[in-house]
Each structure stands twice: as structure tokens, then as C-alpha cells.
Design a protein around this ligand. Structure first.
Ligand code: FMN
Length: 196
């Protein structure tokens, strides 16, 4: 979980996979870094964080500390970046479960769901086909949540591109594409309706 404490506006990253090194999470970190260069603080909910969230129960009367932290952090965000692997042609259950939890914001008076928020999208898959269908699924979800998917979504074929722990990738074009995702959410966020 990456945190930089300041009064700067916040971009929240949601994405990754569980069980160790995640190329999806590394791709998301590159996009968040680009948003940070535009003057935003960032926070990432990666695979290990999402794994702490119980399966979303819409009828539950209490929420865990992890659930509250996730929802409250998204409430404070000026923009989001969501990164999912393509699992069987669509987004993973781990990412979907985290997004389902945003139902808790449905009755927020100042900003229900992701209303008016720019949302950058990233999909990784071991081949091109699932990158496209996963991005399409993410766009539909963001529309359902009343958010604004930013124009360029990054499709990363992890059969071809390898990431390293230092924020690098084997293909410089992929870094540029991921950085563009971060840049677009950061540049759109100031014109989105402020909340609170
Ligand atoms: C359950 C499961 C389903 C997958 N389904 C697809 C798929 O339909 N198409 C594809 O190209 N890759 C598929 N993959 C591969 C992942 O999308 C790919 O390896 C991704 O980059 C993994 O991200 P990670 O490194 O963050 O774990 C699947 C992997 C898993 C574990």
C-alpha cells in the first residue's frame, strides 16, 4: 500500500492479483506514479489489500475496518485508476468484489458512487483478446457507477511485456501508455465537480 501524506488531491489505485508478484499491480503503480508527477498524492489498494475484504454482503449491518478504510478512501479521492487482469475474458473476482463494495456509497449525498469522477483503466492478460474484453467490462462498470472512464485505457499483454520491481517494464511504449492513463485522470480531475 503506497501512501504519501499531504494536502494534495488524491488518486486511488484499485487493482492487482493475489498470491505474490503481480504484473497488474506493477502496471497500476506506473500509472499512479504518473499521476503523482501531475501533483496528486496516491494510494494503492493492491491484491493483498483486496484479499482482506470479505465477500461483499449488501445486507450486512457492520463493516470490517478494511472495508471502511477502502470505502472512506474512495470517498476522499478526486480520481481513480482501476487495473484488472483478464480472467476468463473479463475482470477478476477479486477486483469485482472490491468494486461491489462501492455500493456503500450509493446514498452518499455529496457524491453517490463515482459520480463525476475520472477513472483510468488498465487491463493485463496473457494475450490480446482478454485485454479488450476486460477493458470493455471495466468501462461498463464505471458507467454503472456514474464515473467517467478516461479516453485512453491501457491494454498490457503480459506474454510480451515484463515488469520489474523498480517500476520499469521491458517495453518503453507500455510505460508511456500506463503513464498516459495516470496523466489523463490527473488532468481531468480538477474540472470534475468537487465533493464534500
Ligand atoms: C483464473 C485465470 C484466468 C485467466 N484467464 C485469462 C484469459 O481469459 N485470457 C488471457 O489472455 N489470460 C488469462 N489469464 C492470464 C492473466 O490474465 C495474466 O497472466 C495476467 O497478466 C495476470 O496478472 P498478474 O501478473 O497481475 O497476476 C488468466 C489467469 C488466471 C489465473
Amino acid at each position: 500500500m503506497a501512501d504519501s501524506a499531504s494536502d494534495l488531491p488524491l488518486v486511488v489505485g484499485i487493482g492487482g492479483t493475489i498470491g505474490g508478484v503481480s504484473s497488474t499491480e506493477r502496471a497500476l503503480a506506473i500509472a499512479l506514479e504518473a499521476a503523482a508527477r501531475e501533483g496528486f498524492r496516491t494510494r494503492m489498494f493492491g491484491g493483498a489489500d483486496m484479499a482482506q475484504l470479505p465477500l461483499y454482503d449488501p445486507k450486512a449491518t457492520t463493516r470490517t475496518a478494511q472495508e471502511r478504510d477502502f470505502v472512506d478512501t474512495v470517498r476522499q479521492a478526486s480520481a481513480l485508476i482501476i487495473a484488472s487482469p483478464g480472467y476468463h475474458g473479463s475482470i477478476s473476482g477479486v477486483v469485482k468484489n472490491a468494486l461491489d463494495l462501492l455500493e456503500e456509497t450509493a446514498r452518499d449525498p455529496h457524491r453517490p458512487y463515482l459520480a463525476d469522477m475520472p477513472v483510468g483503466l488498465i487491463a493485463t492478460a496473457y494475450g490480446w483478446q482478454a485485454t479488450g474484453s476486460t477493458i470493455a467490462a471495466l468501462r461498463s462498470i464505471v458507467h454503472a457507477l456514474r464515473g467517467w472512464p478516461t479516453p485512453f485505457a491501457a491494454a498490457v499483454n503480459t506474454q510480451l511485456t515484463k515488469f520489474d520491481a523498480e517500476g520499469g517494464a521491458s517495453d518503453p511504449a507500455v510505460i508511456e501508455q500506463l503513464s498516459l492513463v495516470g496523466q489523463q485522470v490527473a488532468r481531468f480531475a480538477p474540472i470534475a465537480v468537487p465533493h464534500g
